[in-house]
Design a protein around this ligand. Structure first.
Ligand code: PEP
Ligand code: MG
Length: 556
């Protein structure tokens, strides 16, 4: 093997394939002057690029069909607007390069659109995409956004935003590698949802050449550049061996002495349901409903559309629990109609439940839609709020649920240390807790979950995080209520045993992790898990905590 790089493995499995880079979202070409003699040639380049982009958009529309076809064809028309082209040519005639002229002409048009009422303002994102595509073609750099490829590939990105990920074709993405991000970043979460291997926080990822063949080991965090035939065979053997080891455990989640720990799935919508069912999920522990809202940042989806989507999910889990989280917007998931755009620290601002309480009509519509969706279905619906800080937040949420007559269990996520520390008080208002360890780590360690440089602090083995889990689980147990974990901590098989030992009553994770966690739990008794949990909490750092738990469980 020529080069081995090492990052954080966040989604199991091995992927081998060619590198494709996620294109830069905004391409601003330098404003340099060209001699008049070159104007005609530049105008020709601009016309050709526009034509090629329009043809490409039409072709993609044809392939996609349905609603997507209308959107793509409308974009192709935008690209070919004669007035826009005339503006581009005018700008080139007075000394612009083709790429700068396209950039400036479409930016001017963009400013007009965004001030021209709600409908046209909603087309701004489409126009930006058209502009970026034409500019990328003229600069000869990868198209912005998800790579254009008909062949499967390994996606490389600085990091992935939820809005990017909605466009990924799971049939083409063999795995992910990101330069930024940590175990709780959305790239990691999405990789687990798709069941593809992923490595994050890999220094040098963005420098890997387009088309280079790499092998990604999502369990160890290793990335092999240009692996030889022997190395590929060895990796395939290791992957097959790991997979075979999973076959041993089946059925509901439980320790070897029969202490039940239901294993639930984290989903983002109906598309994730088949994998959850196939993995034997005992229900859904976290339905991240914001993915339904991220398609259009200017308005919430209608109540009828929401009912349709929620019902599709609820129908798939008869006699099972489905825990739906109400819209969690803000910070890395901004929505123009809901969350402020001018906050100095969006992760500490009006996000999650805070934004919903500022827009009660959005919350009411969602709760009503959930109530209608569950009508007549034999499902155990549970609804929870994100970003709850204290009892007052929990009370406000429970009141909103009662006001629409929602027949469900109401609960809250524990993502802010204050909610964990005061779990007893919070539980006076609601029936269950769900620990969002991703945000809980972010707020406990004052470490932005999107920043690779602080990913050490997102390691869910940090004893301080385990302490908070223990406090919340203990409070729930004392009150005879449930306390699950739905953050990414639940998907680490060894940590899952520790969480069970801390008194957590269910574990929810991306479907692909369920078999690994099931197999790990089935190997140990509850008492062993409790001893491992005590050993981990007694350690001084994440690595030591892991080693201590491992030592207890392997009988060292
Ligand atoms: C969490 O914060 O742990 C969580 C499950 O929510 P999300 O990752 O969607 O913020
Ligand atoms: Mg969260």
């Amino acid at each position: 093997m020529k080069t081995t790089l090492r990052g954080l493995g966040v989604s199991h499995g091995v992927a081998i394939g060619q590198v494709r880079h996620m294109g830069t979202a905004l391409l601003e070409p330098p404003a340099k002057q060209i001699p008049v003699a070159e104007a005609q040639r530049e105008q020709g380049r601009a016309r050709q690029a526009v034509k090629a982009v329009a043809a490409d958009l039409n072709a993609r529309g044809h392939l996609a069909g349905g609603e997507a076809q209308h959107v793509l064809e409308a974009q192709a028309l935008m690209a070919q607007d004669p007035e826009l082209m005339a503006d581009v040519e005018r700008r080139i005639a007075v000394g612009s390069t083709a790429e700068r002229a396209v950039y400036d002409a479409l930016s001017a048009y963009r400013a007009l659109l965004s001030g021209a009422g709600e409908y046209l303002a909603g087309r701004v994102a489409d126009l930006d995409d058209v502009r970026n595509r034409i500019v990328a073609r003229l600069l000869g750099v990868p198209m912005p956004g998800v790579p254009d490829s008909d062949e499967p590939y390994v996606l490389i990105a600085r990091d992935l935003a939820p809005a990017d990920t909605a466009l990924l074709d799971p049939g083409l993405v063999l795995g992910f590698v990101t330069e930024e991000g940590g175990p709780t970043s959305h790239s990691a979460i999405l990789a687990r949802a798709l069941g593809v291997p992923a490595v994050v926080a890999l220094t040098g990822a963005c420098e890997l050449g387009e088309g280079t063949v790499i092998a990604v080991d999502g369990s160890t965090g290793e990335v092999f550049v240009e692996p030889g035939a022997d190395e590929r065979a060895e990796l395939a053997r290791v992957a097959a061996e790991r997979k075979a080891a999973l076959g041993a455990a089946t059925g509901p989640g439980a320790t070897s002495d029969g202490h039940k720990v239901p294993l639930l799935a984290n989903i983002g919508g109906p598309a994730d349901v088949p994998a959850a069912v196939a993995a034997g999920a005992e229900g859904v522990g976290l339905f991240r409903t914001e993915f339904l809202f991220l398609d259009d940042s200017t308005a919430a989806p209608s109540e009828a559309r929401q009912v349709e989507v929620y019902r599709e999910v609820l129908e798939a889990f008869p006699e099972r629990r489905v825990v739906v989280r109400v819209l969690d917007a803000g910070a890395d998931k901004p929505l123009d109609f809901l969350t402020p755009s001018d906050e100095p620290n969006p992760a500490l601002g009006v996000r999650g439940l805070r934004a919903l309480l500022d827009h009660p009509e959005v919350l009411r519509t969602q709760l009503r839609a959930l109530s209608k969706a569950a009508e007549g279905l034999p499902v155990y619906l549970e609804v929870m709020a994100p970003m709850v800080a204290d009892r007052a937040d929990a009370r406000a949420f429970a009141r909103a649920c009662r006001e629409v007559g929602l027949e469900a269990k109401f609960g809250v996520m524990v993502e802010i240390p204050s909610a964990a520390l005061r779990a007893r008080s919070v539980l006076k208002e609601v029936e269950f807790l769900s620990l969002g360890t991703n945000d809980l780590a972010q707020y406990t360690f004052a470490a932005d979950r999107q920043v690779g440089a602080v990913s050490r602090l997102h390691d869910p083995w940090q004893p301080a995080l385990l302490d908070l889990v223990s406090v919340a689980a203990e409070a729930a147990r004392a009150g005879g209520k449930g306390c699950g974990v739905c953050g990414e901590a639940a998907s680490d098989p060894l940590l899952a045993c520790v969480l069970a030992g801390l008194g957590v009553s269910s574990l929810s994770m991306g479907a692909a992790s369920i078999p690994y966690v099931r197999a790990a739990l089935a190997k140990y008794t509850l008492a062993q898990c409790e001893r491992a949990a005590s050993a981990a909490r007694a350690a001084d750092g994440a690595a030591e905590a892991r080693a201590a738990a491992q030592g207890v469980l392997s009988g060292e």
